[in-house]
Write a protein that binds this ligand. Structure first.
Ligand code: COA
Ligand code: MG
Length: 299
């Protein structure tokens, strides 16, 4: 199974992943001009039960004319166990988008069932599958869920911190103490199996300092980017999840140093007073590749 959204040679920026409610025509339109790396066109939490069918048609039409350009487009379906899930997944399978995001996953079996459904619905092998990590059971089963990627189209995890807060009976605080176990467990499983990992949303739309701090924490933990709920959050996420000038300068210096004839074949060198190993070269090459991809997306 090709892993379209997970090619390490062609890293795809996912700094900002904006949820766009499928029932909001204005938002679907506005998203065409927003600088988000990815759009998650939502049929689940952001859409009321009586609006689900219309939202499904609105999303089908919105993606039909390919107006979202280079942005990665992912449709968040309702779960297969709901009355809307099958129709959502059938639409997503034939909509020509980059991926589907499925909520309320609890075990590897769920991933395989969704994968089978998408295959039976005729989905292209290029259609990626992301799943929400938002239930305590998913956190406890996270390795098995990630391992299901070996034989399915699973390529990514998206943290659902609002649902987790509710299910854990946890109190959200600025340091996200109650979520650190879940965030780190999902991140470790994602990295162990080569999956994309996107952090949860920040609900306080008017608090940019708080958003910056939470993006910074997500980046330190290792996430590729953050899910967002409002256009005003895009710039902050893009900035914080981009490699900084200092990081890029260092990465380029590492790449150049290992390319010098006198360093050929060496596993470890000294650069500006620091020990640098071949593993740092890999990190540096990835950073430069992400920067190239960000510039390409912006052009
Ligand atoms: N995606 C695209 N456009 C959006 C948007 C989004 N998530 N949120 C707001 N906009 C647009 C509005 O349509 C409006 O467009 P306009 O300039 O053409 O009129 C503009 O941005 C300003 O919106 P604003 O008036 O500030 O937002 P609001 O107060 O009407 O809505 C929310 C606030 C939270 C209800 C809305 O941002 C939203 O629905 N966000 C997504 C929620 C979601 O998806 N939740 C599920 C995942 S956690
Ligand atoms: Mg949810």
């Amino acid at each position: 199974m090709p892993r379209p959204t997970d090619n390490p040679l062609l890293p795809r920026p996912r700094r900002s992943c904006l949820y766009v409610p499928g029932a909001n025509a204005r938002a679907l339109e506005k998203a065409k001009s927003l600088p988000a790396d990815a759009l998650i066109l939502d049929l689940e939490d952001a859409v009321a039960p009586e609006a689900k069918a219309d939202a499904r048609e609105a999303i089908r039409n919105a993606v039909g004319d390919r107006a979202y350009g280079a942005r990665e487009v992912v449709i968040r379906a309702n779960g297969l166990e709901t009355e809307w899930g099958r129709d959502d997944l059938e639409m997503a399978a034939s909509a020509g988008v980059d991926g589907v995001l499925v909520p309320k996953i609890t075990r590897g079996k769920d991933v395989r069932a969704i994968n089978r459904f998408l295959n039976d619905a005729g989905a292209s092998p290029d259609l990626g599958l992301w799943v929400m990590v938002e239930t305590p059971l998913a956190v406890l089963n996270i390795k098995k869920i990630a391992a299901a990627s070996a034989k399915t189209r699973l390529t990514g995890f998206v943290m659902g911190t609002n649902d987790l807060a509710k299910e854990l009976n946890a109190v959200p605080t600025p340091d996200r103490l109650a979520f650190l176990f879940s965030l780190s467990a999902a991140l470790a499983a994602a990295r162990a199996y080569g999956l994309v990992a996107i952090d949860g949303v920040y609900n306080d739309i008017s608090n940019d300092a708080g958003l910056s701090a939470e993006c910074g924490q997500g980046r330190l933990l290792g996430f590729d980017g953050k899910t967002l709920i409002h256009p005003s959050q895009i710039e902050t996420a893009n900035r914080i999840f981009s490699p900084s000038d200092a990081e890029l300068g260092h990465a380029r210096a590492v790449v150049e140093a290992f390319a010098l004839p006198e360093n050929r074949g060496k596993g470890v060198i000294r650069l500006n007073g620091q020990m640098v190993e071949l593993l740092h070269l890999e990190q540096a090459e990835r950073l430069v590749a992400i920067d190239d991809a960000i510039k390409k997306l912006a052009s």
